[in-house]
Design a protein around this ligand. Structure first.
Ligand SMILES: Nc1ncnc2c1ncn2[C@@H]1O[C@H](COP(=O)(O)OP(=O)(O)O)[C@@H](O)[C@H]1O
Ligand SMILES: [Mg+2]
Length: 213
């Protein structure tokens, strides 16, 4: 059966995920590829509503268990309603964040037990993993400088936040080390066009492999 690829981008805010996801989508489309670009949390009407709940900064009292379950609820809906049908039609799905973010943010960041997250995530995904994941690794300070330059609302990284993002960055690196066959770690401080070329070459190789099933 011919199926499309499922490619995800991961890393802390400001690492360059959206930039590289867009560049890859454009490049594959320019070659005649059918690409479905999506993001997590979100990607479908229901999952976007869950995203709005999660990202509402007024919801400061949200407990980590609620946060985990909402992310996973959004993922389950997104995967079944949009990602799997697209892959089965032969499209390549490019998703800005997916399951690795749960382990990095809720696992290493908020210190939810990894084993519990594994079980809950596999309930949400039915065990479906991306074919290929790019982790764009950037120092927390650098990522924050980029966000500041983009005039994101916050202009100061508080101490608690710095520790949190350091844990998330380390967490992402651990997750990548545990899945070397799927996750490609890239130095996100390289120039965008250098990263674009690497991402494209690796993706092209993977798509070829998938279409030879
Ligand atoms: N490789 C890079 N080098 C320098 N700046 C970059 C690079 N990639 C992205 N940027 C810039 O950093 C900012 C954050 O990038 P973005 O793609 O939005 O990150 P993310 O989606 O991971 O939060 C943007 O202003 C973008 O233009
Ligand atoms: Mg982004």
């Amino acid at each position: 059966m011919i199926r499309g690829g499922f490619i995800t981008f991961e890393g802390i805010d400001g690492c360059g995920k959206s930039t590289q996801a867009d560049l890859l989508a454009k490049r594959l489309r320019s070659e005649g590829g059918v690409v479905v670009a999506s993001r997590e949390p979100g990607g479908t009407p229901i999952a976007e509503k869950i995203r709005a709940l999660l990202l509402n900064s007024a919801h400061r009292e949200m407990v980590k268990e609620c946060e985990v379950l909402l992310y996973l609820a959004a993922r389950a809906q997104h995967l079944k309603e949009k990602i799997i049908p697209a892959i089965n039609r032969g499209a390549t799905v490019i998703c800005d964040r997916f399951q690795d973010a749960t382990f990095a943010y809720q696992g290493f960041g908020r210190e939810v037990t990894l084993e519990q997250l594994r079980r809950m995530n596999s309930f949400a995904t039915g065990g479906i993993d991306p074919d290929l994941t790019f982790l764009l690794d950037v120092p927390v300070e650098k990522a924050f400088e980029r966000l500041t330059a983009m005039k994101k609302p916050k202009d100061r990284l508080e101490d608690g936040e710095r520790d949190f993002f350091e844990r998330v960055r380390k967490g992402y690196r651990r997750v990548a080390a545990d899945a070397p066959g799927r996750i490609v770690l890239l130095d996100g401080t390289l120039p965008p066009e250098v990263l674009e070329e690497k991402v494209y070459m690796i993706t092209a190789g993977k798509l070829k492999e998938i279409s030879c099933y």
